[in-house]
Design a protein around this ligand. Structure first.
Ligand SMILES: Cc1cc2nc3c(=O)[nH]c(=O)nc-3n(C[C@H](O)[C@H](O)[C@H](O)COP(=O)(O)O)c2cc1C
Length: 511
C-alpha cells in the first residue's frame, strides 16, 4: 500500500515545530491579520484558529533555506547537490483508488463546493482580492497524456470562480492556449497543502515529461496519485486539499491583480483566464496552506526560497557544461531568489570566470547579476562575498555589462522595456597570482608541534627564513628573544631581507 502520510504537509509541519522552526498560535485570528503575522517572520507559523470557522492554516513553511533543506533531509549547502542528485532518479507515480486517497476523505461538489468557505486571506493591502497562494496546478499535455505541474496563484472572483495568472511563458500557458485554439475548456486541479518537495518539483520540472515522475524524484519516492472526482486529471492523493475545475475557453479576458509580486513590488492588473470550480476534496483534518510572496522581507518568503531552487538548478546545469570545476551556486533570496546569482569555481584556465558569467546569463531570464568567486569564498556568506567584491574586482576590467536580454517584465527598473541588461562581476584573483604574497590571506601564526633549539644565526646560515620560521627553528613560543637576536645581527651589519621579506645573512654571516 502506498504511504500517504510520509509526504503529508501536516507531518512536515509537526517536524518543524519539534525543531523550533515553526510557531503554533492557538488563539483565534481574523483573516485580515494573517499576513501581518507572516510578513518577515523568520519562522513558519501554524495558526490553529483562523477566521470565524477556526480553520487550520499554515504559512511560511518554506520561508528559509534551512526548512527547504530539512524537507530533503540535508543542510543549507547540501540543498542543491541533493536536489540535483534526486532529479536524476525519477520515480513513476502509483495510482490509488478514491477510498485509499486521504485527500478525498471529504468530497464537496455543486453548491457545497465553495471557495469562500476556505481560509483564504488578503495578503497585501493593494491586492485585487484574497488569493490562494500555495496552489500547485495539475493539467494534462493532450499529445502525451503526461501531467504538467506548476505553481500558480488564484485570485478569488466569487465562490466558484478565480482568476489565474498565466502571462509568463510556461507549459501550462502552452497547454491552455492550445485548448483555447480548439475552443475547448481545460480541465485542471490545484493541490493546496503540499510538502515542500512538491513545490521544488513544480518549479524544477521544465522538460516535457510526466512531471509526477519529477515530483517522485524530488521526494525520493513514488507519488501516490488519484483521479479527481469531477474530471480526469490526477492529483497527489496525500495533499491536504484539492480544488478541481476548468479554465474556460475564453482565453485571457478578465482582469487579475494587482498582487504583491515576488520581485518585492506590486504587479499591476493583468488580463488573465478564469478558473471555474467543480469540486473541492480534502482530508478530514485538512491543513490549509498560504505562502508569503512580496514585500520588504523577500529573503523570508516561501516564494523567493523556492525560486532560489529553480534558479540554482538552471544555473548549475549551465555551469557544469561551461566550466571545468564549478563548486557552488547561490541565488540570494533577498534578490527574489533569482536576480543576484553567486558562483564559486576553481579556475583551471584563464577566462573561466567569464565563461561562468556567460553561462548563468543564458540559463534563466531571471538571472540578472552574476558574481563569480574563487574556491576560497563561501558564496553563502555575505561577509566573504562583500570582501571579495571589494578587493578582487576592478570595475573597468572585471565587469561584463550587456543589454538586450530576455528578462522578467515584472522588474520595475526596466521602466517598461521588453529586454534588459545583465551584469557579470569577475571577483576572482587574477589567474596564476594566487601564490603571490599580495594575494596571500593573513591568518594567525601556527607553530609546528616539534620544538627545536636552533639559534637565529644557525637557521639563517642554512636558508632564508621568515620570522615565524625562525621562531619555529628556535622552539620559541614567545618571539621577543628572536627580535633580540635579530637586533644583535643588525648591530653588526650582518642582517638583510630578501624580496619575499625573509631574513638572510649578509656575506654568509661573516662579521
Ligand atoms: C509560490 C509560487 C507562485 C507562483 N505563481 C505563479 C503564477 O501565478 N503564475 C506564473 O506564471 N508562474 C508562477 N510561478 C512560477 C511557476 O510555477 C513556474 O514557472 C513553473 O515552473 C511553471 O510550470 P510549467 O512551465 O510546468 O507550467 C510561481 C512560483 C512559485 C514558487
Amino acid at each position: 500500500m502506498a504511504d500517504t502520510e510520509k509526504f503529508r504537509l501536516r507531518r512536515f509541519v509537526e517536524r518543524l515545530v519539534q525543531m523550533g522552526e515553526c510557531e503554533v498560535r492557538e488563539q483565534p485570528i481574523d483573516l485580515v491579520d494573517v499576513a501581518g503575522v507572516l510578513d518577515g517572520n523568520p519562522r513558519a507559523t501554524h495558526l490553529r484558529a483562523a477566521g470565524p470557522e477556526r480553520a487550520e492554516l499554515v504559512g511560511n513553511v518554506m520561508g528559509s533555506r534551512r526548512r527547504l533543506a530539512i524537507a530533503l533531509d540535508t543542510d543549507e549547502t547540501g540543498l542543491l547537490p541533493t536536489l540535483a542528485k534526486r532529479l536524476s532518479h525519477p520515480h513513476k507515480p502509483v495510482k490509488v483508488s478514491a477510498k485509499d486517497a486521504p485527500v478525498q476523505e471529504v468530497v464537496l461538489t455543486g453548491k457545497d463546493a465553495d471557495l469562500c468557505a476556505l481560509p483564504i486571506h488578503l495578503q497585501h493591502s493593494e491586492d485585487g482580492a484574497p488569493y490562494i497562494s500555495a496552489s500547485l496546478d495539475f493539467s494534462v499535455f493532450p499529445a502525451t497524456g503526461y501531467t504538467n505541474v506548476g505553481c500558480r496563484r488564484m485570485m478569488l472572483r466569487g465562490s466558484h470562480n478565480a482568476g489565474i495568472d498565466l502571462i509568463a511563458p510556461s507549459d501550462l500557458r502552452v497547454i491552455y492556449l492550445d485548448a483555447v485554439a480548439r475552443r475547448e475548456k481545460l480541465p485542471i486541479a490545484f493541490a493546496v497543502g503540499s510538502h515542500p518537495a512538491d513545490f521544488m518539483a513544480a518549479v524544477s520540472a521544465t522538460q516535457p515529461t510526466d512531471e509526477f515522475e519529477v515530483m517522485g524524484a524530488v521526494r525520493g519516492a513514488s507519488v501516490p496519485i488519484v483521479k479527481c472526482v469531477s474530471n480526469d486529471v490526477h492529483v497527489p492523493a496525500d495533499a491536504e486539499y484539492v480544488i478541481e475545475g476548468f479554465l474556460d475557453a475564453n482565453g485571457h479576458t478578465e482582469p487579475e491583480g494587482p498582487f504583491g509580486e515576488y520581485v518585492g513590488y506590486y504587479g499591476v492588473v493583468k488580463t488573465n483566464p478564469v478558473f471555474h470550480l467543480t469540486a473541492i476534496t480534502r482530508r478530514k483534518d485538512a491543513l490549509f496552506q498560504t505562502v508569503t510572496i512580496g514585500g520588504r522581507h523577500l529573503a523570508r518568503t516561501d516564494t523567493a526560497q523556492v525560486t532560489t531552487v529553480k534558479t540554482e538548478s538552471a544555473a548549475w546545469a549551465a555551469l557544469v557544461t561551461s566550466v571545468r570545476e564549478p563548486l557552488a551556486v547561490y541565488a540570494t533570496p533577498s534578490s527574489g531568489g533569482m536576480y543576484n546569482v553567486r558562483v564559486s569555481l576553481r579556475q583551471r584556465v584563464p577566462g573561466e570566470a567569464r565563461n561562468a558569467i556567460a553561462a548563468v546569463f543564458g540559463s534563466m531570464a531571471e538571472a540578472k547579476h552574476v558574481f563569480v568567486f574563487d574556491e576560497d569564498i563561501d558564496v553563502f556568506s555575505d561577509e566573504q562575498v562583500d570582501w571579495a567584491m571589494a578587493t578582487r574586482c576592478q570595475g573597468d576590467r572585471d565587469m561584463i555589462v550587456a543589454g538586450g536580454f530576455r528578462v522578467v517584465p515584472l522588474d520595475p527598473s526596466l521602466a517598461g522595456a521588453r529586454t534588459g541588461a545583465k551584469v557579470g562581476f569577475d571577483c576572482t584573483i587574477p589567474f596564476g597570482k594566487r601564490a603571490a604574497l599580495e594575494w596571500g590571506i593573513p591568518a594567525p601564526p601556527v607553530l609546528p608541534q616539534r620544538a627545536r633549539t636552533k639559534s637565529v644565526v644557525d637557521s639563517l646560515a642554512e636558508e632564508p627564513a621568515s620570522f615565524l620560521e625562525l621562531m619555529a627553528a628556535a622552539g620559541s613560543r614567545d618571539g621577543r628573544e628572536i627580535v633580540r637576536e635579530l637586533d644583535a645581527l643588525y648591530a653588526t651589519n650582518r642582517l638583510a631581507r630578501n624580496e619575499s621579506g625573509r631574513y638572510v645573512l649578509k656575506n654568509g654571516g661573516a662579521t
